[in-house]
Design a binder for this molecule. Structure first.
Ligand code: NAD
Length: 504
């Protein structure tokens, strides 16, 4: 058994349904958690049965009814305890993320830190669920809006952020007065079990009800049932555009709410005034970090022709120095891809780029097993390749040359996705051109910062095929509540709006 499992009190057989206590059905299917660095099993987690799912949803509705009555600042206290518990287990949980998902330890720990950050944010937000007051057009009337809990929030997460995405949703959802039910990726079930244990133990010790429930699904039948379930007022889905599109249609058909965080296809624009000392590390982190398996990974580098040779040469040199290997080893900069299909997708994309006449400037190969390792890959490409419109979840960066900034911005926007974008420039006019309403069409637009590694304080999400959702900071909390407009007549007459006179 791996040492981190022991440190987190996990063993090699995990019950997988948390209803306030772990429930275990010996007939439930098992999900095997695989270490992507070795291809070996780490542990087995029990998926839920249909009966367990039904019991879980009934419990969620029951707990939500009690939780909505708890004052919001008190709900914030619950999340303060959750944040403290995560702080205490930060390193172990971070190591588990690395072990099961394959991102390097610094990024695994960083992901847990992101969960801590959003918990801190949520504690403050619990005292700031502000509604507006309006001036009524009628005399002796007061008009205002207030925000109420939704009830049960469903969260479906992708494999690549097995801790942080749940935390973004769950912490905000909790202070808004909701119970959160989590259906994680079957590729990272252990992270869910560990997070649930740590967070629920903190809630229980503080005398709070089990507001974080979860179940695992070995296939997709329970996930589909969950998405279609009218008891789930908001479905927050993070994953691929293909699956997210189907989820959105099912939720819309029952007039439910969905919050979608889907695929990205992010570009960095570099102009001829850019500070290359900033460009190279930012692009390297953006394209190679998490082995290119972030929704915000840099996939396209649009570089001014005057500096293109220099930027390509510096990046190719940096790429060759990237240490690929065991994500838990201190010198590793890039771990494995999640599984064999991800390696096949990498190989297909590199072969397609070669077939288009692209020049592979660095990398391009799959590394011999065990584990799902590939080389970080830099390809000189042309802006009109159809390949550039797709999100290949792998460390492949396409470098494209431009001479006119308007054209570069148009190329950047000419993909179906609209998540993150960046420009590197020392020219304030070009920076503002990029940020104008005719500039980047993405949910995130940065200047002299790469596309990945967002802070939780801002609203996170993207446009077009990225789904339009916003999570984390700013006023993203409003999506986890329902707005109620209230007008109070404190006078002794009944004037109607718009001055309407009705009867005598
Ligand atoms: P995925 O779409 O394969 O799976 C996401 C989740 O959906 C998993 O929990 C999966 O079990 C579940 N699922 C699969 N089929 C389903 C169905 N029919 N109904 C309901 N749920 C179903 O995605 P993935 O491979 O785990 O993650 C990678 C993708 O996620 C990439 O496209 C990436 O860009 C995206 N992503 C986006 C963000 C963001 O914030 N925009 C963040 C992380 C990942």
């Amino acid at each position: 058994m791996h040492a981190v499992l022991a440190r987190l009190d996990l063993d090699t057989q995990q019950p997988g349904t948390w209803l306030g206590a772990w429930s275990e059905d010996p007939d439930a299917p098992l999900i095997t958690s695989i270490n992507p660095a070795t291809g070996e099993p780490i542990a087995e987690v029990r998926a839920a049965t249909v009966e367990e799912y039904e019991a879980l949803m009934a419990r969620a509705v029951e707990v939500a009814d009690a939780w909505r009555r708890v004052p919001a600042p008190r709900r914030g206290e619950a999340i303060r305890l959750v944040g403290e518990a995560l702080r205490a287990r930060r390193e172990d949980l971070g190591a588990l993320v690395s072990l099961e998902m394959g991102k390097i330890l610094a990024e695994g720990v960083g992901e847990v830190q992101e969960a801590i950050d959003i918990a801190d944010f949520a504690v403050g937000q619990a005292r700031m669920l502000y509604g507006k007051t309006m001036h009524s057009e009628r005399p002796e009337h007061r008009m205002y809006e207030q925000w109420h809990p939704l009830g049960v929030v469903g969260v479906l997460t992708a494999f690549n952020f097995p801790v942080a995405v749940w935390a973004w949703n769950a912490c905000i959802s909790a202070i808004c007065g909701n119970v959160t039910v989590w259906k994680p990726s079957p590729k990272t079930p252990l992270c869910t079990v560990a997070m649930q244990r740590v967070c629920n133990a903190a809630l229980e010790a503080g005398g709070f009800p089990p507001i974080f429930l979860s179940f695992h699904d070995a296939g997709t039948s329970l996930a589909k049932r969950f998405v279609a379930d009218r008891r789930v007022a908001l479905v927050s889905f993070t994953g691929s555009t293909a699956v997210g599109r189907r989820v959105a249609q099912v939720v819309a058909a029952r007039l439910g709410r969905s919050l979608l965080e889907l695929g990205g296809n992010n570009a960095v624009i570099v102009d001829d005034s850019a500070d290359l000392e900033l460009v190279v590390p930012a692009v390297l982190f953006g394209a190679v970090g998490t082995a290119g398996q972030r929704c915000t990974s840099t996939r396209r580098l649009l570089v001014h022709a005057a500096v293109a040779d220099e930027v390509e040469a510096r990046l190719a040199k940096a790429y060759r120095q990237v240490c690929v290997g065991d994500p838990l080893a201190p010198n590793t900069l890039m771990g494995p891809l999640i599984d064999e299909p991800a390696v096949v997708a990498f190989e297909r994309a590199v072969a397609a780029a070669r077939a288009e006449g692209g020049k592979v400037l660095s990398g391009g190969a799959t590394l011999p097993g065990p584990g799902h390792f590939v080389q970080p890959t830099l390809v000189r490409a042309w802006h009109d390749w159809s390949l550039l419109r797709e999100e290949t979840f792998a460390p492949i960066l396409y470098a494209v040359r431009w001479e006119d900034l308007d054209e570069a911005i148009a190329w950047q926007n000419a993909v179906p996705q609209g998540l993150s974008s960046a420009i590197f420039t020392a020219d304030v006019r070009r920076a503002e051109r990029f940020l104008a309403s005719t500039g980047s069409d993405c949910g995130i637009a940065n200047v002299n910062i790469g596309t990945s590694g967002a802070e939780i304080g801002g609203a996170f999400g993207g446009e077009k095929d990225t789904g339009g959702g916003r999570e984390a900071g700013s006023d993203a909390w409003k999506q986890y509540m329902r707005r109620q407009t209230t007008t109070i007549n404190w006078g002794q007459t009944l004037p109607l709006a718009q001055g309407i006179r009705f009867g005598s």
